[in-house]
Design a protein around this ligand. Sequence first.
Ligand code: TRP
Length: 470
Amino acid sequence: MAAKRAQWGSKIGFILAAAGSAVGLGNIWKFPYVTGQNGGGAFVLLYLLAIALVGLPIMMGEILIGRMAQTSTVTAFRTLAPRSGWPLVGWLGVIAGMIILSYYSVVAGWSLHYIYLSLTGAIGGADPEAVKGLFGSMYGDVTLNVFWHAMFMIATAVIVIGGVQQGVERAATILMPALFLMMTGMLIYAMTLPGFGEALDFIFGFRLDQVTGATVLEALGQSFFTLSLGMGAMLTYGSYLSKQDDLVGSAISISVLDTSVALMASLVLFPITFTLGIDPAGGPGLVFQNMPAAFAQLPGGAALSTVFFVLLSFAALTSSISLLEVVAAYFIDERGWTRRQAVVVLGTLIFALGVPSALSGGTALFGARFSELTTPLFGLVGKGGMNWFDTFDYVASNLLLPLGGLGIALFSAWRIGEQARRAEIAAGSTLGALEGLYLTWLQLLRYLVPLAIITVMLYALGIFELLGLI
Ligand code: TRP
């Protein structure tokens, strides 16, 4: 006999948990630096369009599949399309979840280490150049990386063992409001800085002349990752919804919350960047090198830096919970494992999978050998010489997630019967019952979304460059 399936305790609990999945390193670390590299406003405008026209429709489709099937990703596809190849889309997601979590946890571990550094006075008031150097010494310290990676995986596992209501939902209802509060505090601080005006202009000055094909595709790719789409995270969370819950309204709330945090993060980071004359196009080092160096020079830097890295760790934690939940739910729903069994076994496996990433991206383990291996594989598209960490990120973000997203879009827009789909969207939702809105959503999901995903994937795989088109 199957036990009664878990459900969210409240409507807001689901929204916070799903927003927690969406809001992560992608918003606070990646969005600001990609915005910086792409000249600011032009990128932001395209990103907002991508969220509305591509991200939101997929999110609705993904939650729809989960709520309709009332079960997690692989099982959902099999329930709705028996004896077909569709469960493969679910499988892709489970594998992507394991891969992403393995290195996501390593980066989140860095964030934990920076809380420690902030608290022990290594950042506030220290020499900025020395603070920048902290990253290099941390990256090279194998024991330290494995330790924080382990701590972060344990925190994630403990929460997921707690279950849907007592674990995932409860963590989100504590961590998400705390995150918003800290972000608001930092934003108010950033508004007092002389560089705030310049930052506003940089982020919201829509310079359309700076838009290139690559900017469009970059914005699309980011909209996808930031909303946690394409691997069944939203599907699995949607499976804990009841038919009375408003699917359309929730998807809109989640997207708005996620976008707000990305914009707020930029409104915190760029005023600091401009005030201290740091290059906004500095790339991935923005959060772990330039920001700490900036905190070193600002009054109250130790406190600011502590708050910032606690905030970053909270954001990462609510995302990693969703990654582990997708993987665990598969073994619970499909294989009949207990939650504890699933979390302990898979948590350990994913931890192990992440260890090479923690060993200086794999170089401490394989030397140059692993990177040499990736050259014949990806060298053709100009991505040769990647270490373990880079390879995992590349394969998951550019191959598995877009493929999963494509599968989810096609399945929800073409495979599910028209009547069932219409009823599912309208159930519990005033907006979902609007004919015009339903048809717009369906057309976007049927045509624009698949086209956009295929284009982004070809771009990310370097095919356009290969053909000399970009
Ligand atoms: N959205 C998260 C971020 O922005 C990352 C994430 C969590 C994710 N779960 C996901 C991305 C599922 C893709 C799929 O950092």
